[in-house]
Design a protein around this ligand. Structure first.
Ligand code: F6P
Length: 324
């Protein structure tokens, strides 16, 4: 293998830059040429390629976002789009790709590799959602939970000052990891996640118990964006219908969770994954995602990584109830 490319695709995540930097510098270390692909699969289909040197990735390890930019590509879902992408890679002499992204990115790579086996693709898990099998944490997750935690801490100050009940919505379309961790870390009264059914009766019972028995005058409920009950505004509305005397506010944290300086843990893990992705390409591997499980590097087939969501640890959900 003489030439590889690096891309970021799907929702950006803090730490992606550290991963790009590590992939580029590892590849250069082993004598490979490196090409950057802008805007993920969109750039692959537009041949939006540029040569990367060690200097190209200087000063990016501490920055959020992605220097390669990102996109969610509809065109790459089509056979015609993938054919153009393949032709562009071949024309540029690219033999391997490090794809940094989440389930959409790896689904695309997996379909592409079923059609074309003369280019290798190795993935690094980059998504704040932490919703991939085969790694204890995805790139972006640690920063996102810390960002959410700090924002919730701020909201708690004002909630306490006014004796209010806050419903705070955090990201996670299909997964409750951000909600659960940030909820535990901020002492939330309840956490609603897509992985478990939300019972309005139980939620109200918990709130009642906290205000009456535990003499709490303010409460925080964390709602994952993808919760089956329909998001923070919907849940707040339901609670208000039954308990009009609660002074309720809703706050949606949104994309603030996707940006910002990556944490130390993020930078180190992302760097490790980027380095291992290049080594895996050099070892002839393809169609796999790099992960870190129990501190060790693991390889998980794309098909496996994307098919099953990680299970939420029920003990952590229980913790919320006991410790609130
Ligand atoms: O996949 C990460 C994520 O931040 C999800 O938590 C969220 O639902 C989604 O991306 C938002 O995507 P977009 O920025 O494209 O609206």
């Amino acid at each position: 293998m003489k030439k590889i490319a690096v891309l970021t695709s799907g929702g950006d995540a803090p730490g992606m830059n550290a991963c790009i930097r590590a992939s580029v510098r590892t590849a250069l270390h082993f004598g490979l040429e490196v090409v950057g692909i802008r805007r993920g699969y969109e750039g692959m289909m537009d041949a939006d390629f540029f040569e990367m040197t060690s200097h190209s990735v200087s000063g990016i390890i501490q920055r959020g976002g992605t220097m390669l930019r990102s996109a969610r590509s509809e065109r790459f879902r089509t056979k015609a789009g993938r054919k153009i992408a393949h032709a562009n890679l071949k024309k540029a002499g690219i033999e391997g790709v490090v794809a940094i992204g989440g389930d959409g990115t790896f689904t695309g790579a997996n379909v592409f590799l079923k059609e074309y086996d003369d280019i290798a693709v190795v993935g690094c898990p980059g998504t704040i959602d932490n919703d991939l099998i085969g790694t204890d944490f995805t790139i972006g997750y640690d920063t996102a939970i810390n960002t959410a935690m700090q924002a919730i801490d701020n909201i708690k100050d004002t909630a306490n000052a006014h004796d209010r009940l806050f419903f705070i919505e955090v990201m996670g379309r299909d997964a409750g990891f951000i909600a659960l961790r940030s909820g535990i870390a901020t002492g939330a009264e309840a956490v609603l996640v897509p992985e478990s059914q939300t019972s309005m009766d139980m939620l109200i019972e918990t709130l009642e118990m906290n205000s009456q028995k535990r003499k709490k005058t303010s409460s925080i409920v964390i709602v994952a964006e993808g919760d089956q009950a329909g998001g923070a505004f919907k849940v707040a509305q339901e609670v208000k219908k039954r308990f009009n005397d609660y002074d309720i506010r809703v706050s949606v944290l949104g994309h603030i969770q996707r940006g910002g300086r990556p944490t130390c843990m993020e930078r180190v893990n992302a760097s490790r994954m980027g380095m291992e992705a290049v080594k895996a390409l050099l070892n002839g591997q393809s169609d796999i995602m790099i992960g870190i499980v129990n501190k060790n590097i693991t390889f998980t087939a794309f098909e496996q990584a994307i098919k099953h969501n990680q299970d939420i640890n029920p003990v952590l959900l229980e913790m919320v109830e006991i410790l609130a």
